[in-house]
Design a protein around this ligand. Structure first.
Ligand SMILES: Cc1cc2nc3c(=O)[nH]c(=O)nc-3n(C[C@H](O)[C@H](O)[C@H](O)COP(=O)(O)O)c2cc1C
Length: 361
């Protein structure tokens, strides 16, 4: 049954979507999800895994991330639901949790279009959206009376403006945090690793420290705060980051964001040149995600947790990441290539292998 669902998507739906502009296809997918969420819910029931997700009564297992219980450890990565418009519908895809954002203090239309590209030969995407979004106040207003059906994480980033650095950057991120911190988020991620802004991923120690100080003063230990790491970070930066994270009671790391690297791709280099700048996501990231998760698992503090993200697209990959030391995983690009039934098929496979019966109930 799961093969039938995936092959229907791959042979009928995906070719139609891939004939459209990638960003338009993304908006169409979002609208379909809003109006047809029940179909995905039903597929979970048909596959016999609905007890592993959503808010259903049947409990096979529980996972815990930053003190929040969830039915499965597979989450949606930031960027898919930047403005928190899909929180209700996303649970119907089977995710154990979702991360909304990146939300920025000020609304922004992002970079010029086209800014999202597919690399089918590599099962990858390149995006340079540039942190487009409605802004923190609009998102707070939208979510103020929303009952989250599954745990929701909030990802915040610095508004994409050229003159926003140091104290101004800290104020900007603190504004988003303050505007949204009263909502029932399971965790907050500070995204310091977007490659598509004026300055690219943030490596500067001093600015990061100002940001962490401002957020921690507001937070007073209330919400678990994670940092999202760039896979392009130099080793010395990662060491400094680990040290800083303990000082500011950072609960863990999302490892990681998209990469600016174009190494080892099957896609024609001429096409890559035509596409130009942007963050690469999807299957080519996987090996490096494994390397970084392993590295952080041995250098983080005991109380800190890892959310693995980058190239995850199968039950095998989920198991590998948890075995390497991650508490949970997130994915995005694999949804584009494998379709909306992916999470249910991953859960079915994990259940078949007895994965859930090993967890505490
Ligand atoms: C179109 C697109 C938009 C994204 N936007 C964001 C974002 O706003 N904030 C963020 O932290 N990560 C963003 N990401 C990065 C993803 O959250 C994730 O870290 C990355 O895609 C690697 O995971 P994947 O290989 O499963 O796609 C975006 C990714 C894509 C493909």
């Amino acid at each position: 049954m799961e093969q039938l669902l995936i092959s229907t998507y791959e042979s009928l739906v995906r070719p139609a979507l891939f004939r459209m502009d990638a960003e338009e296809a993304h908006h169409l997918g979002q609208n379909l999800l809003k109006s047809m969420g029940w179909i995905f819910d039903l597929s979970g029931r048909i596959l016999g895994v609905s007890g592993l997700c959503g808010a259903g009564a049947q409990t096979y297992a529980t996972f815990s991330l930053a003190g929040t219980t969830m039915k499965n450890p597979v989450g949606l990565a930031a960027g898919f639901d930047k403005n928190g418009t899909l929180v209700d519908s996303l649970a119907s895809l089977g995710f154990g949790f979702v991360e909304i954002g990146s939300v920025t203090a000020k609304p922004s239309s992002g970079n010029a279009k086209p800014r999202l590209f597919r690399l089918p030969q590599d099962q990858a995407l390149i995006n340079r959206l540039g942190l487009n979004g409605d802004g923190a106040e609009a998102v707070a207003d939208r979510l103020k009376s929303c009952q989250f059906p599954i745990p929701v994480g909030l990802n915040i980033a610095k508004t994409n403006l050229p003159d926003l650095s140091m104290e101004k950057a800290a104020e900007d991120i603190a504004f988003s945090f303050k505007t949204l911190m009263h909502l029932p988020f399971a965790y907050v991620v500070i995204n310091t690793s977007c490659p598509n802004t004026h300055e690219g991923a943030l490596f500067a120690g001093e600015e990061l420290e100002l940001i962490l100080r401002a957020v921690s003063e507001l937070n007073q230990g209330r919400l678990p705060v994670f940092l999202k790491i760039s896979p392009d970070s130099p080793e010395s930066f990662l060491e400094a980051l680990c040290k800083l994270s303990r000082q500011y009671e950072i609960r863990g790391f999302v490892i990681g964001n998209t990469t600016v690297s174009r190494q080892s791709l099957k896609t024609n280099p001429k096409l890559l040149e035509t596409i130009g700048n942007g963050g690469l996501s999807g299957a080519p990231l996987y090996a490096n995600t494994c390397r970084l998760v392993k590295h952080f698992a041995s250098s983080k503090a005991g109380y800190q947790e890892i959310i693995a993200c980058g190239g995850i697209n199968s039950a095998q990959a989920v198991k590998e990441m948890l075995a390497l030391g991650a508490s949970a995983v997130e994915l995005y690009s694999a949804l584009v290539y494998k379709g909306p039934f992916l999470i249910y098929t991953i859960l079915k496979e994990l259940k078949k292998e007895g994965f859930f019966s090993n967890q505490g109930a």
